[in-house]
Design a protein around this ligand. Structure first.
Ligand code: ADP
Length: 181
């Protein structure tokens, strides 16, 4: 199967995902927040926060894994994205590192399918078009080089975000797809 067919963009609530593993757009405390973080903790139940309390936080661009508790997902990978500061503070490298760190952990845990939210593009203020480009480069190059995880989805919360991710994917990769076996 062409590695490009292992990726898709969908609209939905990541807390309701049926993937084996979901990614949480966390903050460095790993002790909960708003947006994706709030939705995941709400759906997973208090045991998730209890496990997060044992982890000692997480640095921006890194990732830590927990169980999924009441979620359909078996695992949650928590990654704090960078706060947007105008683009000159290493935000792109840190955001790419979030995606790679999550994908490496998923590979180590033999995860078949993983769903990502659009990290950093809510409270952390990263502009969606730039974030989409960084996210898609990081994900597609990982899939090109690794057989696991087998399936990756970007779960967008709005039609607008999905449109931006699809437009960006087409601009970056559609030409390569015809030559992909
Ligand atoms: P960050 O702090 O990394 O910016 P947020 O959770 O505030 O994280 O937002 C990240 C992105 O996730 C935003 O684009 C937001 O619209 C989207 N989002 C918010 N809630 C959900 C959800 N339940 N499922 C999927 N995406 C969500």
């Amino acid at each position: 199967m062409c590695f490009m067919d292992r990726f898709s963009i969908v609209i939905g609530d990541i807390a309701q995902s049926d993937a084996e593993c979901i990614v949480n757009a966390a903050n460095c405390s790993l002790l909960g927040g708003s947006g994706v973080d709030g939705a995941i903790h709400h759906a997973a139940g208090p045991e998730l926060l209890a496990e997060c309390r044992t982890l000692g936080g997480c640095e921006t661009g890194q990732a830590k894994i927990t169980r999924g508790y009441n979620l359909k997902a078996k695992y949650v990978i928590h990654t704090p994205g960078p706060v947007w500061q105008g683009g000159g503070a290493g935000e792109a490298a840190l955001l790419a590192s979030c995606y790679r760190s999550c994908l490496r952990l998923a590979e180590q845990y033999n995860v078949a399918s993983i769903d990502f939210p659009s990290i950093s593009t809510g409270v952390f203020g990263y502009p969606l078009p730039q974030a989409a480009s960084v996210a898609l480069h990081a994900i597609m190059s990982f899939l090109n080089e690794h057989d696991h995880p087998q399936y990756v989805r970007m779960v967008c919360h709005s039609q607008n975000a999905a449109d931006i991710y699809r437009y960006t994917w087409n601009a970056l990769f559609a030409d390569d797809k015809s030559s992909c076996l």
